[in-house]
Structure formats: structure tokens, C-alpha cells
Write a new protein. Structure first.
Length: 145
């Protein structure tokens, strides 16, 4: 039962950090597009970059407790996943905005939720912030319980 509770807590913490990063992302996007007059697709990209930096830093320490992992390897893996996320968010927002004629902010929100759960959380949990040593030791610990 402890493992399920831990998984739920990790997911909840990841969702909280994703919300913080989303506030940064959307704030930057809207500021750049509306206040600075930047094209929404460029603003979406730069907003995603800003939010991604915030998300990585929070997840490294608070959600996945990856302090023991070398930062450069975490950063490299995060960069790979983040690149995919930025492309999915930017292209998804552009495609849905152009196809639907709906506000880019609404489409960005829809795309962000889907990408956040289907891509970001899964890839961060199993690839970016994985603990190789603890994953190898875990089955043995479960057998002993």
C-alpha cells in the first residue's frame, strides 16, 4: 500500500510543479504575444522554454529527489524530453488554432494538458529522473517483504 501512496504523492507533486511551470509558460506567452506583439507561435515556444526551466528545477529537487544524480546527465535527458514537449506544444497549438479558428490560448491550454500527462510526466518519471540503482534493488526488497 505504501508504494501506491508514494506513486500518488509523486504524481500530485508533479502536477503541482507542472501548474507552477504552466503559470510561467502562459504568463510569458501572453505577455510576449499581447503586450509585445510577438506572433503567438514564437511566444508559445518562448513560454514553453521558460516554463520548462522552472519545471526541471522543481522536479529535480522536490518531486523526483534526483539530487544524487549528475546534473549534466539529468539536464541532457530533460533537454531531449523537453525538446519533444516544446515541439508537441508548439505544433499542437499552431495546428489546432489554425484548424479550429479558436483562440490560441484555449488551444494552448488543451494541448498543454494532453502533452503534460501523456508525454511530460511519463518521460520525466521513467527516463529523466529515474533512479537506476533503486529500480534494480526494488524487486529484491519486494521479495523480502
Amino acid at each position: 500500500m505504501g508504494k501506491i501512496r508514494n506513486e500518488i504523492l509523486t504524481f500530485a507533486k508533479a502536477q503541482l510543479t507542472a501548474q507552477v511551470a504552466t503559470i510561467v509558460d502562459f504568463g510569458m506567452t501572453i505577455f510576449l504575444a499581447e503586450a509585445c506583439g510577438m506572433w503567438y507561435a514564437y511566444a508559445t515556444f518562448l513560454g514553453a522554454v521558460s516554463g520548462g526551466i522552472v519545471n526541471c528545477c522543481l522536479n529535480y529537487r522536490w518531486v523526483f529527489h534526483a539530487e544524487g544524480q549528475k546534473k549534466k546527465y539529468v539536464a541532457l535527458r530533460y533537454f531531449l524530453v523537453w525538446t519533444g514537449s516544446i515541439l508537441l506544444n508548439t505544433l499542437g497549438t499552431y495546428a489546432l488554432t489554425e484548424l479550429s479558428g479558436t483562440s490560441y490560448i484555449i488551444m494552448k491550454a488543451l494541448v498543454a494538458v494532453i502533452v503534460g500527462i501523456v508525454w511530460n510526466y511519463q518521460m520525466q518519471r521513467f527516463f529523466v529522473f529515474r533512479h537506476p540503482k533503486s529500480q534494480q534493488a526494488e524487486p529484491e526488497a519486494e521479495r523480502m517483504a
